[in-house]
Design a binder for this molecule. Structure first.
Ligand code: PLP
Length: 419
């Protein structure tokens, strides 16, 4: 299949991080915690749609809502009552959001957020943090993480220097660096950040980093954009902003918003959001925006999450603590230099003896060893994202038995890394 795909699909894949040596497995189906390849091998899925599948594959509430919607049509390109319902749910979960526009992908949401910040401030430059990934568009494909860090592409061929020169890059977890950039540049339209960095492996914000970031941006009248494409609904029903108690000016959401359907959202303060066309002069448009099938999936996702919120987050935190601690003990016993970063339902293992706190320290971890780890896990039926710069995601569908199976597989995989 890969030979056939390669002939007609560039590199045989429709998104770069899906590729791994010698070729990726092709998927036949998925259900709950599992994904099956075309040879009928079953894997426990810890990639989980790169974080989208907080509730696991084919969650029944979502499948039921989508099935009902399918019988009523798949695309209208007119407003629907369901869009009002979904927007209300998003606003109730995210108090920093007064108004929200539904779009399709994470990248489209961050593109719109940045354009809004520029339109609002009438300024040009944005600040992003080294290693944060916000999608594959020119303004943010500068020192980006995820697939672009893995492939060594930070500024893409074909990307315009005229655009990327307006993106200034600060070090994550380094507030002095941000302060210096803000002092030197009077033309800052916005600061965009992943409140928990999930695209250089997993990197947690240090104690006061996000509070200081909010304080400095407020003092300088710079809109703060929280890119919660990964963290929204995943770390709390109200995302990382609820978890840390910080209100950004603009928020982007995707992934766990719909648990596996194509939809994203950009929301924020009323006076910023009202600049969007047609009422305002910040242009944004899309044929598929507010697609009724995706909207029904998102409504059902949020309702399900809200219904089980008292159980799901504490359960996944408990699972993660158990899993990450066991992994840590295992690697320590085997005398393998390592770091494990973990929070909520996300974790990553790094082959390094240095704390991983930013782009540079993440890049220092041994990515070759990670590849051996990944492949040995896969052979044993454990599917994690094929890159050091991604994250291992737990879902509500995982069981304790799944975790114990995965720990056995990590044990064998760490042994083969050592040999
Ligand atoms: N922002 C973050 C934090 C992401 O992790 C991603 C993708 O992984 C994006 C934005 C881009 O989302 P999409 O791939 O849907 O364009």
């Amino acid at each position: 299949m890969f030979s056939n795909a390669k002939k007609i699909i560039p590199s045989g894949v429709n998104s770069p991080v899906r590729y791994f040596e010698p070729y990726p497995f092709f998927t036949k189906k998925a259900n709950g915690a599992y994904i099956w390849d075309e040879d009928n091998n079953r894997y426990i899925d810890f990639c989980n749609g790169y974080g989208a599948l907080l509730l696991g594959h084919r969650r029944k509430e979502i499948i039921n809502s989508v099935s009902t919607q399918l019988s009523k049509g798949t695309l209208y390109c007119t407003p629907t009552e369901a869009e009002i319902e979904l927007s209300k749910l998003i606003i109730e979960n995210f108090p920093s959001i007064d108004k929200v526009r539904l779009v399709n992908t994470g990248g489209e949401a961050t593109l719109t957020a940045i354009r809004l910040a520029r339109g609002f401030t009438k300024k040009k430059k944005i600040i992003k943090f080294e290693g944060c990934y916000h999608g594959a568009h020119d303004s943010v494909l500068v020192k980006a993480g995820s697939g672009s860090a893995h492939n060594g592409i930070s500024v893409s061929d074909g990307g315009l220097d005229e655009v990327s020169k307006n993106t200034l890059v600060a070090e994550y977890n380094n507030i002095e660096d941000l302060e210096k950039i803000i002092k030197k540049n009077k033309d800052i339209a916005g600061v965009i950040v992943e409140p928990i960095l999930a695209n250089m492996g997993l990197i947690l914000p240090e104690k006061n980093f996000l509070y200081e970031l909010r304080k400095i941006t407020k003092e300088n009248d710079i809109p703060l954009i929280f890119d919660e494409v990964v963290t929204g609904f995943r770390v709390a029903p109200g995302g990382a902003q609820q978890h840390f108690g910080i209100q950004p000016d603009i928020t982007t959401l995707a992934k766990a918003l719909s648990n596996g359907f194509t939809i994203s959202a950009v929301g924020g303060r009323k006076e910023i959001m009202d600049l969007l066309s047609p009422g305002g002069k910040v242009y944004q448009a899309s044929t598929f925006a507010g697609n009724p099938v995706s909207v029904s999936a998102a409504i059902s996702s949020i309702k399900t999450i809200n219904k089980i919120k008292n159980k799901i987050y504490s359960k996944l935190e408990r699972y993660n603590l158990f899993f990450s601690t066991a992994l840590d003990d295992m690697a320590t016993d085997m005398r393998i230099p390592h770091q494990i970063n973990f929070t909520a339902s996300m974790l990553q293992f790094f082959f390094t003896n240095m704390p991983v706190v930013n782009y540079k320290t993440s890049k220092k971890a041994d990515a070759k060893k990670f590849q051996i780890l990944f492949k040995t896990l896969l052979k044993q039926g454990i599917f994690i994202a094929p890159s050091q710069f991604e994250v291992v995601f737990l879902s509500d569908a995982h069981s304790e038995t799944n975790l114990n199976r995965a720990l056995d597989a990590y044990h064998a995989a760490l042994k083969s890394v050592k040999n």
